[in-house]
Design a protein around this ligand. Structure first.
Ligand code: MRU
Length: 340
């Protein structure tokens, strides 16, 4: 299924094609976006989401700008650069978005076809990175509980919907399942926008992986009750010291995992580790709209106008992270925590 893709003239393009994740799991619908403003709106409203796929979308967005404006004159190039800047800053926390935009922009001298080729390369390299990181993670954790398959807990959504082919943390889960090393996944629902309930459950069900859905506040309780052998999560940005920004609700899982000596493992492409962000306090955490918390879907669950605190992410300090697994390595930023 096309999740983030390009349509050329023959398909009614040039256009960026996105699976509209707002409609899942009940409806499968694609968006055919022919302007960068539409791509930015899709990013902001989470029609497309997940750090790696934001990078791919950003790169295709620059390809769209290059095809629409051309690259032959200084005026055209300035227009492409302006749209690229707007794409790169559409959401602040996930580092791959600006990286994908920058990579595509670097190909501008070669013209629109070169920019598109670079965007396709971003997607292909991301898929290769996912397969490598997911495989390395499965190898790392499969023997955690010798003699029986693992019970994993995850949060938000880190499958192909969020990360491209292969998946990251969910990719490792799929790999463990395929190899007979997985008993069950507990999926945290991930309020307010329910990426766990809507998207992770959809991906797990499609793959035939045994799973149960739990409310976010049940995650720490499940860990404390001995129901979880390993927590596997993704990352939107990792600071140079190993502090990890991921979906809101991740930090409480890391605290619970540390208290129960359950390994807390992050799976993400190497590009997520940002040398320009020294520590977690330097990470800009996106705050989203009040209505996401006031309601579920279109149903208001509190008083209209209730003041809201709605950070989209939290930051887990490096000392709570057992390991960060990328396509290149297993990194334990604070060796004392590396009890895998
Ligand atoms: O706000 P989102 O849905 O774009 O959140 C990003 C995520 O999917 C998660 O934080 C994920 O765990 C890391 S990115 C694959």
């Amino acid at each position: 299924m096309r999740i983030v893709d390009w349509a050329d003239e023959a398909e009614g393009g040039p256009a960026v094609v996105l699976l509209d994740q707002r409609a899942l799991p009940h409806r499968t619908a694609h968006l055919h976006l022919t302007s960068v403003d539409e791509v930015i709106d899709a990013i902001r409203t989470l029609a497309v989401r997940g750090a790696p796929n934001l990078g791919v979308t950003g790169a295709y967005g620059v390809a769209l700008a290059a095809h629409r404006h051309g690259t032959a004159t200084p005026v055209a190039v300035a227009a492409v650069r302006a749209e690229a800047e707007a794409l790169a800053t559409a959401r602040p926390t996930a580092v791959p978005l600006s990286l994908g935009v920058r990579r595509a922009l670097a190909a501008l001298d070669g013209g629109p076809a070169a920019v598109l080729a670079e965007a396709r390369a971003v997607a292909a390299e991301g898929a290769a990175a996912n397969h490598a990181a997911a495989g390395r993670t499965a190898d790392l954790v499969r023997d955690l509980r010798p003699g029986r398959p693992l019970r994993a807990l995850t949060v938000c959504n880190t499958g192909p919907l969020a990360t491209g082919e292969g998946g990251t943390a969910l990719g490792a889960i799929l790999r463990l399942h395929a190899e007979g090393d997985l008993a069950e996944v507990l999926a945290c629902e991930t309020r307010p926008l329910l990426q766990g309930a809507r998207l992770t459950v959809w991906e797990l069900a499609n793959a035939g992986v045994p799973h149960r859905l739990c409310v976010d506040s049940a995650g720490p309780a499940a860990i404390a009750s001995g129901l979880v052998d390993v927590v596997l999560a993704g990352a939107d940005r990792i600071a140079a010291n190993g502090d990890v920004a991921n979906k809101i609700g991740t930090y409480m899982l890391a605290c619970a995992a540390a208290r129960s000596a359950v390994p807390f493992v992050i799976v993400a492409p190497e590009e997520t580790i940002d040398p320009g962000t020294p520590t977690g306090v330097d990470i800009v955490v996106e705050e989203r709209g009040d209505d996401e918390v006031r309601g579920i879907g279109d149903t208001l669950v509190t008083l209209p106008g209730t003041p809201v605190y709605n950070p989209a992410f939290d930051v887990t300090p490096a000392e709570l992270v057992t390991a960060i697994v990328t396509e290149n390595r297993v990194w334990s930023p604070t060796p004392a925590a590396s009890h895998v």
